[in-house]
Design a protein. Structure first.
Ligand code: SF4
Length: 163
C-alpha cells in the first residue's frame, strides 16, 4: 500500500509555477515545457493553479522584499511531501539583479530548494531535467511522510483495540 501511494505520487505529480518577478524569459521556457513539442504531461505531470493541489513548485525570477512573503505563502499552502525547483540565474542566485537594493537573492533565501536549473534563460530540456531530479527527491520525502502517516494509523488502531 505504501509503495503504491508513493509510486502514484511520483508517476502523476502536479506542478505549480510561481513568478517571483522574472523578466518572463524563464516563464516562456516553462510554458514551452507544456507545449506539444516538449510535452511534460507525457510524464504524467499536470500544471495546476492551486498550491493546495501541487507537489512541485517551479519558481522563476529574483526574490525581492515585496514578493518573498507571497512565495513563502504559496510554499506553505502546499501539502507534504513537496519539492521546489529554482529556475534560471535569477531563481538560483538572484542573477544580474542580486546586488540591487530591493533584492533578497535566490529562492533558497526564503524556502528550501530541491533542484537548481541554471541558465538565462534555461532551455526547456534543462527545466525538465530539474523537474525529474526533484521527482527523485519527492519520492524520498514521500517515503518519510507515508511512514509517519502509517505509524500514526497503526497507533490509532492499537489504541482502538485497547478500548
Ligand atoms: S534568468 Fe534570465 S531569463 Fe530568467 S528571469 Fe532572470 S534575466 Fe530573465
Amino acid at each position: 500500500m505504501k509503495s503504491l501511494i508513493n509510486k502514484s505520487r511520483v508517476k502523476s505529480p502536479w506542478l505549480i509555477h510561481f513568478d517571483c518577478g522574472s523578466c518572463n524569459g524563464c516563464d516562456i521556457e516553462v510554458l514551452a515545457c507544456l507545449t506539444p513539442v516538449y510535452d511534460i504531461e507525457r510524464f504524467g505531470i499536470l500544471n495546476v493553479g492551486n498550491p493546495k493541489h501541487a507537489d512541485i513548485l517551479l519558481v522563476t525570477g529574483t526574490v525581492n522584499h515585496r514578493n518573498k512573503k507571497a512565495l513563502k505563502n504559496v510554499y506553505d499552502q502546499m501539502p507534504e511531501p513537496k519539492v521546489v525547483v529554482a529556475i534560471g540565474a535569477c531563481g538560483t542566485t538572484g542573477g544580474v539583479f542580486r546586488e540591487a537594493y530591493n533584492v533578497v537573492g535566490g529562492v533558497d533565501k526564503v524556502i528550501p530548494v530541491d533542484a537548481y536549473v541554471s541558465g538565462c534563460a534555461p532551455k526547456p530540456e534543462a527545466i525538465i531535467d530539474g523537474v525529474i531530479i526533484a521527482l527523485g527527491k519527492l519520492a524520498e520525502k514521500g517515503k518519510r511522510v507515508d511512514q509517519g502517516i502509517f505509524e500514526r494509523l497503526e497507533q490509532t488502531q492499537t489504541n482502538i483495540k485497547k478500548r
